[in-house]
Design a protein around this ligand. Structure first.
Ligand code: SF4
Length: 260
């Protein structure tokens, strides 16, 4: 049996990582994507510089938390790249916890087998951009794989598991048209499961992100973000673009959208 993946961070209680639940959070190292806006990049690019939590300590704390927290959120990095992930989730189950998995969708086979084994109660899937090579590379790096994310979405279309899809928006990385196009695609896929599937758009924060260039690129203001979000939600919920074209990036925004 594969050993447990190294745990690079542990939060005893979080009210924000699992909507409506109080959750402990476990952070696993490394990731196969390189999103410019990654905030956990130390455990992605330099995990050896981050101390590893001894499993015994994590387990001891989780045992104490039983009855106080509803479940464990497993995040990263990218959890599904670790061969020991199923064993870790089985252990959380044996301790009596519900499990939420955060993933970038790059390992549809792993996701399918975890769901089949009943080891996950909720999935949060990051969909970074429309599922095409150019916008995906721009938002998640050259190692990203939109076909794999597409396959993960197909896996999730065939289940009844609660699903939160998340997209981070920065005007230097995504156009409002791309966000709307993605919204329409996601809305079409999950129309019949609208009650269990949510799409969260996140306004990109640029402090402490992986790519130093992005730290100087102005994000959308809250007001601009609200306009983009309204347009994208219309595309998601109503399968159409809004009547008025959504605005493009603010003049002067440094754009990487034309980069290969
Ligand atoms: S998918 Fe992107 S944001 Fe998430 S951990 Fe990997 S590099 Fe960071």
């Amino acid at each position: 049996m594969a050993s447990f993946p190294e745990i690079k961070g542990f939060l005893e209680t979080s009210f924000t990582d699992w909507k409506g639940q109080v959750a402990a959070v476990v952070f696993l190292a490394r990731c196969n994507f390189r999103c410019p806006y990654c905030h956990n990049h130390r455990i992605v690019t330099s995990p050896h510089e981050v101390p590893t939590w001894p499993w015994d300590e994590v387990e001891k704390r989780l045992v104490r938390l039983r009855g106080w927290v509803d479940g464990v959120c497993v995040t990263g990095g990218e959890p599904t790249i670790h061969p020991g992930l199923p064993a870790l989730l089985e252990r959380f189950r044996a301790l009596g916890f519900r499990i939420k998995l955060d993933t970038n969708g790059s390992r549809p086979g792993v996701l399918a087998s975890l769901l089949e084994a009943g080891l996950v109660d909720q999935v949060a899937l990051d969909v970074k951009a429309p599922l095409e090579p150019v916008p995906y590379r721009r938002n998640a790096g050259s190692g990203s794989d939109p076909e794999a994310v597409d396959a993960s979405l197909h896996v999730l279309e065939r289940t009844a598991i609660p699903l939160e899809i998340r997209t981070t928006v920065h005007p230097a990385l995504l156009s409002s048209e791309e966000v709307c196009r993605l919204g329409r695609d996601l809305g079409r896929r999950f129309r019949s499961r609208a009650a269990e599937v949510g799409w969260t758009l996140q306004r990109c924060r640029t402090e402490e992100v992986l790519d130093p260039d992005l730290r100087d690129a102005p994000p959308l203001s809250p007001e601009e973000f609200a306009v983009w979000e309204r347009a994208a939600r219309t595309a998601f919920a109503q399968d159409r673009y809004p009547l008025d074209p959504p605005p493009g990036p603010r003049p002067g925004t440094k754009s990487r959208r034309d980069r290969p």
